[in-house]
Ligand binder design. Structure first.
Ligand code: FES
Length: 417
């Protein structure tokens, strides 16, 4: 090949890589990371204050139980997790029409995702329109052509339409069309990450190109951890660079990446609250870590590893990832024990964003005198003209997540500013 051809070839490769990089930056920007404060900065501060148990004594706009309050977590479920897209799954989990999976959404609403015959991935509240029992109740994942509620036999198609309602056919004032499942907003990004927003109406349907993700191998596992979800709200909390370095010592694209200042072999994305995604360059693998809040001081890390690499010994890579992750968890739990009674300082930009959301929602609730659940408001709108379903509505309200708080009772004491 002539020198000129080589030069043009190199320019073409650089152009393609540049376009991919720009698209990735744009894609990342869509989901507005909360901030990139360094956890190490905060921990360093704690170490500097050794002997004071990490207590920061200056006046703070944060409540004193910011890191530990279960009542505050209840408010956060309504103020944040019910309003923003949350990265919940990967498209590779839904390989054929009818594939479904149940999720405990951090807002407190049980939902499930199911792939339609039209290749559209849809999400629904796991609540039957008859008496509000769970529609999917026996297995948390599987594949089915029709969604049948086990209690009284109401059945729905994969689009959530009611197709069978024993004893209700011909009943005056009853129409199947008014008793579809309550759908939630679902989006799938270019990397196959599935986002769910229970506080938004579903947008236009987009088909998932299932074949694109069918070669992904998936392994998932959960870890109980002893820290508040906000403690993991840093974009680099679970950085596993050492593992990646070990498995990509001679990454072939390293020279090119370094030309573009992309020499880091791990790319961390913080697409929304609660989720951190690590792309391992050169390994064609991705680790998704979701933090599911349990109470003020406890969470569950839901981890899922996806890989398309045929040559990778994924079992030993996974062992290393799990070990390094456990090291991080131990470190974070130790740090949490030291800092859990401290209040943040005002320069923690992402925490002040969370504080702003929580305060604003709390003010709205105070003005109407009741807890506001955005997803329930949407369901109420959907059924507003459905007078025949009056009793069903009442049952549905009774099935709301049991995580609400009594504003009067808690506003002055447990969550005090
Ligand atoms: S059929 Fe589902 S609750 Fe009755």
């Amino acid at each position: 090949m002539s020198r000129q051809a080589q030069t043009w070839g190199a320019i073409a490769v650089l152009t393609v890589v540049g376009i991919v990089w720009i698209k990735r930056q744009q894609q990342t920007a869509i989901y507005e990371p909360l901030g990139r404060s360094s956890l190490r900065e905060m921990l360093t501060r704690v170490e500097d204050e050794e002997g004071t148990d990490g207590m920061v004594t200056k006046e703070s706009e944060y409540p004193s139980n910011w890191w530990t309050s279960s009542e505050l977590l209840d408010l956060e479920r309504r103020a944040i997790f019910s309003k923003v897209p949350i990265a919940l799954a990967h498209a590779s989990m839904f390989s054929k029409p009818g594939a479904y999976r149940v999720f405990d959404h951090p807002s407190g609403y049980p939902i499930f995702l199911v792939l339609g015959k039209d290749s559209v991935l849809r999400g629904f509240h796991n609540v039957c329109r008859h008496r509000a029992y769970p529609v999917v109740s026996t297995k948390r994942s599987g594949c089915t052509p029709v969604l049948s509620c086990k209690y009284h036999g109401w059945s729905y198609d994969l689009r959530g339409n009611l197709v069978k309602a024993p004893k209700f056919d011909g009943l005056e004032g009853f129409t199947k069309a008014e008793n579809s499942l309550f759908e939630v907003s679902v989006g799938v990004d270019g990397d196959g990450v599935v986002f769910v927003n229970v506080g938004a109406l579903p947008g236009p349907s987009t088909a998932v190109v299932v074949a694109r993700f069918s070669k992904y191998r998936v392994e998932s596992w959960d870890v109980d951890v002893g820290f508040n979800w906000k403690f993991a709200e840093f974009s680099d909390t679970f950085d596993l660079a050492q593992t990646v370095e070990k498995y990509t010592p001679n990454c072939p694209s390293a020279a090119l990446l370094s030309l573009l200042s992309l020499q880091k072999r791990t790319e961390n994305i913080k697409p929304t609250v609660l989720t951190e995604i690590l792309h391992f360059k050169g390994l064609r693998s991705t680790l998704m870590i979701k933090v599911r809040p349990v109470d003020g001081g406890k969470s569950i890390l839901e981890c899922a590893f996806y890989s398309t690499s045929a040559n990778l010994d994924s079992s030993s890579l996974l062992d290393d990832i799990k070990q390094q992750l456990m090291n991080r968890i131990t470190f974070l739990e130790t740090a949490f024990e030291k800092t859990k009674h401290a209040v943040p300082q005002s320069n923690e930009s992402h925490l002040s964003t969370i504080l702003g959301w929580v305060k604003s929602h709390r003010n709205r609730e105070a003005s109407v005198g009741r807890p506001i659940w955005p997803a329930s408001d949407i369901m109420a709108t959907v059924r507003a003209n459905d007078s025949a379903a009056e009793n069903l509505c009442r049952d549905l309200e009774a099935s709301q997540p049991d995580v609400g708080i009594d504003i009067e009772k808690h506003s002055a004491s447990e969550i005090s500013w």
